[in-house]
Ligand binder design. Structure first.
Ligand code: NDP
Length: 471
């Protein structure tokens, strides 16, 4: 972003309603009843939703209706279901503690070496975006390295040295769920206390005065311990996303153990989600500029969500395929592969176009031409005026969030790999559609407050959000 500090003071008296734009930037300062109701609903029901999905696989072969029917018809009581659920075990607690500790060690103590030999990869110390208080944080980008080391050790431990079985994750899936919940609640509670008593940057904190809202949406913008342990970067990427591919591998190993083969649908889910995960780590530096890091505060939504929601619900397709080993026809498998790769291509190219455009300040080529854009400006908390650009070329000229459209196409491919017998594996596409549509509206609301009339000019130039001509 182009900052012109010398002009900052001069602009302080501008007619711009600075206070209003400060108030709207980032998450809300005041809570309306709808947000509060949604938050209370999520706080109460999100953990139950996760439990219900995992339990229905373990006890009802992934049927989402059978548990309800059993309860309604009096065949079973809640206590029967609960009593059949594995409890927290010592073994799971040890596995989980070692796992998280190992990820902390990889994150904190092993500076990135991948960027030294992988051409095009951006790692090592990188800067995040400017925060509302005008701070620019530094991050050690070493997620790709952590992913590689973890996976090499996984293959060595399971296949060469046979320290443990690759089915270890599946075999402890529910006891590990309790551990993930403990960490998720502990870290969110700690983040809230920290926000009140020892914030990393007091100017980047937001208090609504509503306990539930603050707990859910977070108080601190970028909570840190010491100079380098950044809560958002750590919990968003590791342990959840590093675990994603290991979880899928463990599900594939379970299929092999139970049925003597790994189905093509399981391979597709492993490959397509593996590409998504690797893409995330390859582009971890870019991730510093996404909404999670640039705008969201760190609360239960990110803390618990990263520990529990992501690893348990994003991997439902693999879990489902353990209980229902679907072997797809070649045509069906190729169709899904094409959809998954096409979705990924759109997702990556759209994100890449914006990244390139912003990094070069518009001095680049998009689809062989100089990009077109709308000049815009905004003001930070200290009254400094900043300038920015909104691109209207490439995929960004097709729709305002075509990256989400690509993401959704890829997500649909994972679900379609599971056939049409049950709704459970389709949870992901339903959830992603709600998440990304909500995110799109949230982002647009914020951008509109941030850029004001410039945003209006942009939406006039690119009128659709996700699908040109439709929405
Ligand atoms: P974007 O990468 O779309 O970032 C939105 C921001 O980009 C806006 O706030 C604005 O920021 C800037 N911007 C908007 N329009 C333009 C434009 N025309 N030209 C230049 N800059 C523009 O959103 P996210 O951070 O949400 O998503 C990043 C990726 O992560 C997406 O592909 C998404 O699909 C994926 N994702 C995946 C999730 C998952 O759970 N699997 C969850 C969330 C995201 P500024 O203030 O700088 O102008």
């Amino acid at each position: 972003k182009e900052k012109k500090p010398a002009e900052g003071r001069k602009h302080q008296n501008m007619k711009n309603d600075i206070k209003a734009s400060q108030g709207q930037w980032g998450r809300a300062w005041e809570v309306d009843w709808f947000s509060l109701a949604s938050i209370l609903f999520l706080l109460m029901f999100a953990p139950l939703i996760v439990y219900y999905f995992i339990m229905s696989c373990a006890q009802y072969q992934c049927s989402l209706t059978d548990p309800l029917l059993d309860l309604l018809m009096g065949n079973k009581h809640l206590s029967d279901i609960w009593n059949s659920t594995p409890t927290l075990t010592y073994r799971a607690a040890v596995i989980y503690t070692l796992w998280v500790t190992f990820q902390v060690v990889l994150y904190l103590f092993i500076p990135d070496f991948c960027h030294k030999f992988l051409p095009g990869y951006v790692g090592g110390v990188q800067e995040g975006a400017v925060t509302p208080a005008g701070v620019v944080n530094k991050y050690e980008i070493n997620g790709l390295q952590a992913w590689i080391i973890t996976h090499v050790l996984w293959f060595a431990s399971t296949s060469c040295f046979h320290f443990f079985s690759p089915t270890i994750i599946f075999d402890n899936w529910i006891p590990l769920l309790w551990c993930a919940n403990i960490l998720g609640y502990a870290v969110s509670t700690f983040a809230m206390i920290k926000g009140y008593f020892f914030p990393t940057n007091a100017k980047d904190c937001k208090f609504t005065g509503n306990f539930f809202y603050d707990y859910m949406m977070g108080i601190e913008f970028n909570p840190r311990i010491g100079k380098w342990f950044d809560f958002k970067l750590f919990f968003n990427g590791r342990p959840g996303i590093v675990a994603w591919t290991l979880i899928n591998l463990s599900f594939a190993a379970k299929q092999q153990e139970l049925y003597g083969q790994v189905t093509n649908s399981m391979i597709l889910v492993n490959v397509l989600q593996g590409i998504y995960v690797l893409d995330f780590f390859w582009n971890e530096a870019w991730y510093l500029k996404t909404i999670d890091i640039c705008h969201d505060h760190f609360g239960w939504y990110l803390g618990w969500g990263d520990c529990v929601w992501l690893p348990y619900l994003y991997t439902l397709q693999g879990l489902y395929l353990v209980y229902h080993p679907v072997q797809l026809s070649t045509a069906h498998a190729i169709g899904i592969l094409i959809l998954g790769l096409l979705g990924y291509y759109i997702f990556r190219m759209t994100n890449h176009q914006k990244d390139l455009f912003r990094r070069t300040n518009g001095n680049c080529r998009i689809w062989g031409k100089k990009p077109e854009y709308i000049e815009c400006s905004y003001t930070s908390v200290d009254g400094t005026k900043y300038y920015s650009k909104l691109m209207t070329s490439g995929f960004w000229g097709w729709a305002r969030h075509f990256n989400y459209t690509g993401d959704l196409a890829g997500s649909l491919a994972y679900c379609l790999a599971c056939g049409f017998e049950h709704i459970l594996p389709y949870f992901y596409i339903i959830y992603m559609t709600i998440l990304l549509t909500h995110r799109c509206l949230r982002d647009e609301h914020r951008c509109s407050s941030k850029y004001g009339k410039d945003w209006k000019r942009y939406t006039a130039a690119v009128p659709y959000r996700l699908l040109p001509g439709i929405f």
